[in-house]
Design a protein around this ligand. Structure first.
Ligand code: AMP
Length: 287
């Protein structure tokens, strides 16, 4: 018997998840997996809705994955409102929550990893060297036990989504990786579990991110093709508002290589610190 928390069934071990999934599949139902680190917000719930559109049974995993945090990052501080997360999942009609401990995920002696080599080099990979290796390793483990038809990830973590698509393709994984659009607060800020780190002033100042991405999009629609100019404008706006820009780039949407000219679809992608929060955002640029 699985325990129930906040109205949803909770599995704690790979064996429990796999047994559950085998039973669901035997009943002829499709399964969708939504991997998360918890501190669930309405953006995560849009992924659950996308998952539901592709499957009769939805699994949400909640695991703050130590392997994807650097030694000086916020692993300990990361919010963990587990009971609220379970209630939220129950309310959204999630069928199973998988919440393992780090010891269950990485038992003594663990030493295998998966790495997507090129897509993880630049952007977030530059400032967070071991991050994507931790992400791809944990997601592959989750895919291997969930036996899901599809797994849903947000475009907010755009580089992560591209790396995971590549991983599934390269390693012949049968689970289809789906992307879902960025969910935003009414004022445009991309939803994120890390937004709770922002003070009220920082929260207000951080709106410059979405505003300057939208401005770049509008400039491109109006005929601007000068990539260095677009990036300089973006970065200057974020810096002026008090942000510390980690990167601002315009890249090919699949290869994530920086573009020199805007002669094809592109993605503008930024990471900027406001206070303690490193905020990600991105948008398509269609010349
Ligand atoms: P996290 O719990 O932050 O690791 O995110 C779990 C999943 O939710 C990832 O696939 C994220 O890309 C996705 N996600 C987080 N925030 C958003 C958002 N604002 N819109 C869409 N997807 C999101």
């Amino acid at each position: 018997m699985l325990e129930r928390i906040g109205g949803v069934a909770v599995a704690r071990t790979p064996a429990q998840v796999r047994a559950w999934s085998q039973e669901v599949r035997a009943a002829g139902k499709r399964i969708a997996l939504v991997p998360t680190m918890g501190a669930l917000h309405a953006g995560h719930m849009t992924l659950v809705d996308t998952a539901r559109a592709h499957a009769e049974a939805v699994i949400v995993s909640i695991f703050v994955n130590p392997m994807q945090f650097g030694p000086k990052e916020d692993f300990s501080a990361y919010p963990r409102p587990f009971a609220d997360d379970c209630a939220r999942c129950a309310h959204q009609g999630v069928d199973l929550v998988y919440a393992p401990t780090p010891e269950t995920m990485y038992p003594r002696g663990f030493q295998s990893h998966v790495e997507v080599e090129q897509l993880t080099q630049g952007l977030c990979g530059a400032a967070r060297p071991a991050h994507f290796r931790g992400v791809t390793t944990v997601v592959l483990k989750l895919l291997n036990i969930a036996l899901a038809d599809v797994a849903v990830f947000g475009e907010k973590d755009y580089q992560q989504l591209q790396a995971l698509k590549r991983m599934a393709l390269d390693l012949d994984h049968p689970t289809r990786i789906l992307g879902a659009p960025i969910a935003r607060e009414p004022d445009g800020l991309a939803m994120s579990s890390r937004n709770v780190y922002l003070t009220a002033d920082e929260r207000q100042a951080a709106l410059v991110i979405v505003r300057s991405l939208r401005a770049a999009q509008a400039q491109v629609r109006a005929g601007e093709r000068d990539v260095p100019q677009l990036i300089a404008t973006l970065a200057a706006a974020m810096t002026k508002a008090g942000g510390r820009v980690d990167y601002a780039q315009i890249v090919d949407p699949q290869s994530l290589q920086p573009l020199e000219t805007l002669d094809r679809p592109a993605r503008v992608i930024v990471a900027t610190w406001f206070g303690r929060a490193r905020l990600l955002d991105n948008m398509d640029l269609l010349p």
